[in-house]
Design a protein around this ligand. Structure first.
Ligand SMILES: NC(=O)c1ccc[n+]([C@@H]2O[C@H](COP(=O)([O-])OP(=O)(O)OC[C@H]3O[C@@H](n4cnc5c(N)ncnc54)[C@H](OP(=O)(O)O)[C@@H]3O)[C@@H](O)[C@H]2O)c1
Length: 293
């Protein structure tokens, strides 16, 4: 593999691009707004079928990763038709445009209702919200492609550049606000299996060469947002009193499943084959702080 087209040049897409380049391949990022910085970028609105065909023809990638937005679960809940267009209809476009080129889509734990604490690849889907329904519909659309993989990932975290159009990932929010002595609102009743962006990127790169059609990538630990925020407070030397334990329904996490958690019956063996491992929560906290800009 020499060239990977990454559709979506946000937090996760750029993390994957860094890994692709680190492994000696060329990453081409695609999105609607131009990027600053040295990354190779092409303009693409993935909801436009003709534009997808044109970009695939011009870039001639060996593999495509679909990791575009909208990523805001609350926004999707308010705009379900636009969410469906951006995820399902865009995937239909990519399946057509990609032909037989390998296609990998980053999906989500929100395809489950979150009642159970663990969801593996054999668990029946039951989307929790409009975002989960849109991503599930995209997964079904991807099924029409002969060489595709759905990579469902849990909450992705790590250092993230501040943006006016996006709330930072929960870890970045904790570091930024706890580090500044500000209160962080952390749900007591929402659990995740958070996974570091570097681990998602490494698994994605490995999966581009070979992977099952469906693979779950969650962190190794199930943790509530409030307990996770405490770990950040402890490492930062901040008081735990800065962490306000709130019910999830009181804030922007209302439409999230109670358990945004992924387990896998496939990942442990694949990680051994690939020589990779997924870092635990404490290691991820340390690494996030170490790489903080
Ligand atoms: N972050 C997570 O925890 C997580 C977990 C599970 C799955 N995912 C999946 O990964 C995706 C990306 O997450 P993220 O955190 O990296 O989001 P992000 O930082 O908001 O990045 C989204 C990217 O998609 C681009 N985009 C949006 N609409 C587009 C369109 N119509 N055509 C082309 N590009 C478009 C955006 O750029 P422009 O607006 O300039 O086009 C942006 O570069 C999510 O949507 C989700 O499906 C994320």
């Amino acid at each position: 593999m020499t060239r990977v087209l990454i559709i979506g040049s946000g937090f996760v897409g750029r993390g994957i691009a860094r890994e692709v380049e680190r492994r000696g391949c060329e990453a081409v990022l695609a999105s609607r707004s131009p990027l600053s910085g040295p990354d190779r970028w092409v303009c693409l609105d993935v909801t436009d079928p003709a534009a997808c065909t044109r970009v695939l023809h011009d870039v001639r990638p060996d593999a495509v990763v679909a990791v575009h937005g909208p990523s805001d679960v609350t926004w999707c809940q308010q705009q379900p038709r636009l969410a469906l267009k951006a995820h399902r209809d865009a995937t239909v476009n990519l399946v057509r445009a990609a032909g037989t080129t390998r296609l990998l889509m980053i999906s989500t734990d929100n395809v489950f209702d979150g009642v159970a604490e663990a969801n593996d690849e054999l668990t029946a889907t039951s989307p929790a919200n409009a975002y989960g329904r849109a991503k599930r519909a995209a997964e079904v659309a991807l099924d029409q492609h002969p060489d595709a993989t759905v990579l469902r990932v849990s909450l992705v975290y790590g250092p993230e550049e501040p943006r006016s159009d996006k709330r930072p990932n929960f870890a970045a929010y904790c570091v930024r606000d706890l580090g500044a002595g500000k209160i962080v609102n952390a749900p007591v009743d929402q659990w995740t299996t958070p996974v570091h962006v570097g681990d998602v990127a490494q698994v994605t790169f490995a999966a581009l060469a070979r992977a099952p059609r469906l693979l779950h990538v969650g962190g190794s630990e199930r943790i509530s947002r409030v307990a996770w925020a405490h770990r950040f407070a402890d490492r930062l030397g901040a008081s735990r009193t800065l962490v306000a334990a709130v019910p999830k329904d009181s804030g922007p996490y209302a439409c999230r499943p109670t358990n945004s958690c992924l387990t896998s019956v496939l990942l442990p063996d694949l990680l051994k084959d690939w020589g990779l491992r997924i870092r635990g929560v404490d290691e991820g906290v340390v690494d996030t702080l170490r790489a903080w800009p």
